[in-house]
Design a protein around this ligand. Sequence first.
Ligand code: NAP
Ligand code: 8YV
Length: 320
Amino acid sequence: MPDALPPVVLLTGPILEGVVERQLRERFRLVPVEALSDELAPQVRGIAAKHKDGVAEALMARLPALEIVANFGVGYDNVDFAAAAARRGVVVTNTPDVLTEEVADLTLGLLIATVREIPQADRFVREGRWLEGGYRLTASLRGRRVGLIGMGRIGRAIAGRIEAFGLPVAYHARHAQGDLPYRHYPDLLALAREVDVLIAIVPGGPATRHMVNADVLAALGPEGILVNVARGSVVDEAALLAALKARTILGAGLDVFADEPRVPADFLALDNVVLLPHVGSATHHTRAAMGQLVVDNLVAWFEGRGPLTPVPETPWSGRG
Ligand code: NAP
Ligand code: 8YV
């Protein structure tokens, strides 16, 4: 009996050299999406997807044998999971938990960098301007009240760090979480009125699109700081630019953008915003763990053990 051929798995983008792709190549017939032919398409049973490389229904429609989409990242708004789950019965997996602490660390770094103007002060020294006098006094974290938009895995890790800095925490989410000591605000606008730091850490997608809008920014106020480590779609970027230019808010720290890697030029010209290239989880340590979870999900699935981390929209009940 000849050995069964390895399952064909589509790679929508370079996930990781070494660790992940070597393991994937050892176990699967890996096909880069740009090499997908009409002859190969009917053989594709899995997809290894990276956040920015969307997996839309149009791609799935070409893959009648598709069983699983293993997403490299905990956010899966790049995968049309409605199509995958409701219309095709495809299981979607993501990479929760292994990146939680890393992203929370980066979030605190971005918050401090934004409030204390660390990038601007670095440029001040490099440009020799210290020779002409000291850097301006900045805002402080002291005495601030922090509101989290989202209190999930990463939100909780961020909240713990904020508390360690001696600052009070409140949050907005659709559901209150009784095990937490923080005040829950079912209404984001009400939360924005009560705090002077807002940190967005919710999933992307239609339900959270532009939830941080001009009204929320006005409620945050002229001493307010916005940090977005969620998805660019969560913030109305035009409203944020207007608020930063008009000093409706004091400043912003952004790790995500609506049209990555393109960032609106107006942001680049502002001195009250810190800009990062979506690096919340971007360390060797954490990206290796994420990549390993992609491999482990695909291996478990094709060995008949089911997915390890299916997303809530594609629950795994062990169906045959
Ligand atoms: P999670 O555990 O699922 O938490 C999501 C949180 O968002 C929950 O508190 C949830 O509470 C809330 N939420 C969901 N939909 C909402 C809505 N429509 N309105 C208000 N709140 C809503 O996810 P996680 O592991 O913390 O990750 C969160 C997100 O962070 C990811 O989806 C991803 O977009 C982003 N992320 C970014 C980076 C980066 O590199 N910058 C890295 C990792 C993750 P309720 O269900 O009660 O509303
Ligand atoms: C990664 C992220 O940037 O996990 C997520 O949702 O946003 C980050 O960890 C992304 O998923 C992979 O490029």
